[in-house]
Design a protein around this ligand. Structure first.
Ligand SMILES: Cc1cc2nc3c(=O)[nH]c(=O)nc-3n(C[C@H](O)[C@H](O)[C@H](O)COP(=O)(O)OP(=O)(O)OC[C@H]3O[C@@H](n4cnc5c(N)ncnc54)[C@H](O)[C@@H]3O)c2cc1C
Length: 371
């Protein structure tokens, strides 16, 4: 740490954990907080499918980071971080001077990973990271509204994100255009919702069947062309628009930092959310690899926020850090494209309009803290 005077805590990325840190470190004695962010607004993942389905206006599901920084007394630098000069303790940014830090914290999410599917970079729409997806979705929506626009929509990826996304897109397109014009399919290399219980899977399979959504399970996409998706077994699925929401990759700049990484290139942290090989660097959310791995879900990034803020505060004041032990399971509330949702936790499953109302209440209450 530098000598006397306020310590510089530099937050890299305005993800779900850092928005909490901004609030928690507001007016913290001896601490000067700077947020370095590529985007001035950041989406809240829980409400994003609702925006796609047309249930929320985009503004309801986005946090205005510039306003939040002003309200919490933080400095904001609108720039993309591209590296860390750890020897001189500086965050390197594209087109700007390096930013000195005493403690840096990284919450930048993930990067798209289209490389494993041939032709995906040219022909597919990457859903992750979610921050840049809504603009792409607006373009798809505009194209789909034209007489010869896309009609056959395929989503690759059968996790909760892919399932919810496909149902939301379907609701939106059916509401805005002729009901019979579209066809929808989901391709996944395992079962749909593989991390959920069989009752949840059965409920979604039933919903898909009722809505004429064709599901290709245990089907690996090998290539994407202008005409559709080619599966590993040679089958071709014709498509006009292909959205990919499979696992994502670590941001490429991590490899140049010298920070400890896991095998997939994500930042390896200990239970205190502190880099495994640099005590002055912390990380949380999708970009971090915890000692006991957790699903890459917004809910864990949200829950990491209070633990991260507390440990940043302790570290700056030279106090012992505390371990964060996130629950192994969480209650997932997966919407079905309208005001209806299915709740899933362990072997437990509930569904109904009331589940969506509960989800809506939880999500609005969380967003309210950052208005
Ligand atoms: C369609 C879809 C639906 C989903 N629905 C859910 C859901 O209902 N519930 C759930 O729990 N999860 C859901 N997820 C997963 C969820 O989106 C992610 O797990 C979550 O966004 C991760 O949060 P994060 O804070 O780690 O990163 P992000 O939310 O991605 O935030 C990262 C921030 O860092 C900024 N940034 C990135 N790179 C840089 C850089 N180099 N320099 C500066 N700033 C940078 C970005 O602008 C962004 O503001 C969904 C995902 C998808 C694709």
């Amino acid at each position: 740490m530098s000598g006397p005077g306020p310590k510089d805590v530099v937050l890299v990325g305005g993800g779900h954990a850092h928005v909490h840190v901004l609030r928690a470190l507001r007016a913290e004695p001896g601490v000067r907080v700077t947020l370095v962010t590529r985007d001035l607004v950041t989406p809240y993942s829980g409400m994003l499918p609702g925006v796609i389905a047309g249930l929320y206006a985009p503004v309801q599901a986005h946090i205005d980071l510039a306003h939040l920084a002003v309200a919490t007394g933080a400095q904001l630098l609108h720039a993309e971080a591209i590296g860390l000069d750890r020897a001189n303790k500086r965050v390197m940014v594209a087109d700007g001077a390096p930013i000195p830090y005493d403690v840096a914290s990284i919450n930048v999410g993930i990067a798209p990973a289209l490389a494993p599917i041939a032709g995906a970079a040219e022909h597919a729409i990457a859903v992750k990271p979610i921050g840049s997806f809504l603009d792409k979705f607006d373009i798809l929506l505009a194209r789909a509204g034209r007489p010869y626009g896309p009609r056959r929509i395929v989503v690759i990826g059968g996790g909760a994100g892919g399932v919810e996304l496909l149902l939301s897109i379907r609701s939106r397109l059916m509401a805005q255009a002729c009901a019979t014009a579209f066809s929808f399919a989901l391709i996944t290399d395992g079962e749909i919702l593989a991390t959920h219980n069989p009752r949840v899977r059965a409920a979604f399979r039933q919903i898909f069947a009722a809505r004429n959504i064709v599901t290709y399970e245990h089907a690996r996409a090998r290539a994407i062309t202008a005409d559709g998706v080619e599966l590993q077994n040679g089958e071709i699925i014709a498509a006009d628009a292909v959205l990919v929401t499979t696992d994502a990759a670590a941001p490429s700049w991590f490899s140049s930092t010298g920070l400890a990484l896991n095998v997939e290139g994500f930042l390896a942290v200990n239970a205190m959310l502190q880099s495994a090989n640099d005590p002055d660097v912390f990380a949380a959310g999708d970009c971090a690899a915890l000692p006991s791995p957790r699903e890459k879900a917004g809910v864990y990034a949200v829950r990491a926020g209070p633990a991260l803020a507390a440990n940043l505060r302790r570290h700056v004041h030279g106090e012992p850090l505390q371990a964060w032990r996130p629950q192994r399971r969480h209650l997932a509330l997966i919407s079905t494209g309208e005001r209806y949702a299915i709740g899933s936790r362990g072997v437990f499953k509930v569904e109904g309009a009331w589940v969506w109302t509960l989800k809506d209440w939880i999500d609005r209450r969380w967003m309210q803290q950052y208005r």
